[in-house]
Design a protein around this ligand. Structure first.
Ligand SMILES: [Zn+2]
Length: 387
């Protein structure tokens, strides 16, 4: 884990960053860094890209890192909910992960960063101009959703006046447009308006954002991994919303001395020399990137055997989870983990590893069992799957 303060701007032009760095969270992926011609390092026209704390340099927080990687391998597992103390490196981990993902090919000028290899049908920008879909490489976006954001700012705004007076359909894309193909991060998601959380979960599940006002309607692609973080002591999420996040992980401040020292030492080294620190972890980040890319490619070829599915069902039955969402998530998560590990099949051990993150937020309150949800899942795993 890391302490807070995720990014820091350093002198640009250092050649020691072979990996893509994301734009600042409030900027779109398509806004590149402009330099004046001539290459004079002193005459940089735009601010330098922030240097992100490397994902591979994060100490501990294994469950959170694994959940984020699983979501990156297969976004269909649904979002990730991270519960825990402040300053446990949640935001840093997301930015670090996005930064190590391979840059994506995106249509130049498209506010939704469309993939030029895909049909333009869903995109209001590209579908009108299929012949001009030139592309560039853009970093995977990480978009922050601030708590006070209005619905218009999140989903985008339709300009009704322009539509009525000039007959034009004018749409101002919102944060969901910018998050397409990347990550949408909400700190303190439990303090966000329920209605907005509901809407976000709908869009995340369908991959399409539809905005309708007074008979006008706009649809655009919005495929993103939703990552919400929060402190349960400051407000609970409604169970109906909780259950719609794919994975839930708990992070805590480490209590053992060596880990704490390691965290502080690495943070300090990063603050003193971000470029040098990142260079030291570039190789490890590249290795992770390779693994993630390979896992994505393996995913579609991986079958889940009947015995694994049966074990997943027995586990969910034993825990009394509502509906079938738990089993579906458990299966997808185990498959993504198997792909990440380069396994040939999805086995019981994969289930065992992912069961806490896939199920702990789906348990009904049991008045006779006051032990925490993590302990209950662990007990059921031991009983049903064996240790
Ligand atoms: Zn487009």
């Amino acid at each position: 884990m890391i302490l807070n303060g995720t990014t820091r701007t350093v002198s640009p032009g250092s050649a020691s960053h072979p990996l893509p760095r994301p734009g600042s969270p409030e900027r779109g992926a398509s806004q590149g860094i402009l330099r004046k011609p001539g290459g004079d390092e002193a005459s940089i026209a735009a601010p330098a890209p922030p240097v992100t704390f490397p994902f591979s340099a994060i100490v501990g927080q294994d469950e959170m890192r694994r959940a984020l990687m699983i979501a990156a391998v297969d976004p269909s597992v649904g979002g990730v909910l991270v519960f825990g103390d402040r300053g446990t490196g949640k935001s840093t981990a997301i930015r670090g992960l996005a930064a190590l993902l391979p840059p994506m090919k995106a249509v130049i000028g498209c506010p939704y960063s469309c993939d030029p290899a895909k049909a333009a049908g869903e995109c209001p920008h590209c579908s009108g101009r299929p012949e001009t879909r030139r592309s560039h490489l853009a970093p995977v976006p990480v978009v922050d959703l601030p708590l006070g954001a209005t619905e218009d700012r999140v989903v985008g705004a339709l300009d009704l006046e322009r539509a009525l007076t000039r007959g034009e359909k004018a749409f101002e894309p919102g944060l969901l447009a910018r998050a397409n193909r990347g990550f949408l991060y909400i700190d303190e998601v439990n303090l966000l308006d329920d209605h907005l959380v509901d809407l976000l979960l709908d869009v995340a599940a369908s991959g399409i954002n539809t905005v309708e006002r007074e008979g006008l309607s706009v649809r655009h692609p919005a495929k993103f991994v939703l990552v919400g973080s929060g402190n349960p002591e400051e407000g609970e999420l409604r169970p109906q919303l909780l259950d719609r996040f794919g994975l839930a992980v708990e992070v805590t401040t480490p209590t053992d001395l060596p880990t704490r020292i390691d965290v502080v030492r690495r943070r300090d080294a990063y603050e003193r020399d971000p470029a040098g620190f990142c260079a030291a972890y570039a190789k490890a980040d590249r290795a992770l990137q390779k693994r993630l890319t390979a896992a994505r490619a393996r995913l579609s070829a991986l079958d889940v055997p009947d015995e694994t599915l049966e074990a997943a069902a027995r586990l969910c039955l034993a825990l009394g989870t509502d509906g079938l969402r738990g089993e579906l998530t458990l299966m997808r998560t185990a498959r993504a983990l198997a792909a990440y590990e380069g396994a040939d099949t999805v086995g019981i051990d994969h289930l065992r590893q992912v069961a806490p993150s896939a199920l702990r937020h789906r348990l009904r309150r049991n008045p006779l069992d006051e032990s925490g949800s993590t302990a209950r899942v662990a007990r059921a795993v031991a009983e049903v799957l064996g240790s």
